[in-house]
Design a protein around this ligand. Sequence first.
Ligand code: ZN
Length: 189
Amino acid sequence: MTVRTIITPENPVLRKKAHRVTDVSDPKLQTLIDDMVETMIEAPGVGLAAPQVEVSQRVIVVRLPDDEGSVEEYGDQAGVLYTLVNPELVRVSDEVVDGIEACLSIPGYYGSVSRHQAVTVQALDRRGKKVRVKAKDWLARVFQHEIDHLDGVLFIDRATEIWRAAEESAEADDEITGEEAAANQKTER
Ligand code: ZN
């Protein structure tokens, strides 16, 4: 496995609509997935979409941390690795919630973003089997953030407010719910 380079918005791949995967068994796709998992964990982050490593394919990986605090807060969703190919939001809650997000492709920035509180994602797993994942709260937010990447959409497009990390107060740091800073969080990541 290889840690790949995470691209930033200067690279146009990040803004392209990614292609649907047609052959899940393709060894190149399997290698991509392995590399994405390693890249996400090394970053560290809680989610990564293929366009972030310059591959315009509809693949995301998501994994909430499994430290003691996260297990307490997220229960059996903590520490589960989701590898989703061609993911789609098939159900979303009417309820939307504001939360603070960050992105590995936009280092040093945070933003306040409204997201559906709960979603159901339909996708293929890495063996090509159809799966449905129900998610709420932080996990639902991460799925929405990652699926946005597959359409070239970044959290800064949706944010009602954006600020630099240096402007962050210590209190707000505890509420960050985006991809970034998995290692820094006391309770969430
Ligand atoms: Zn992102």
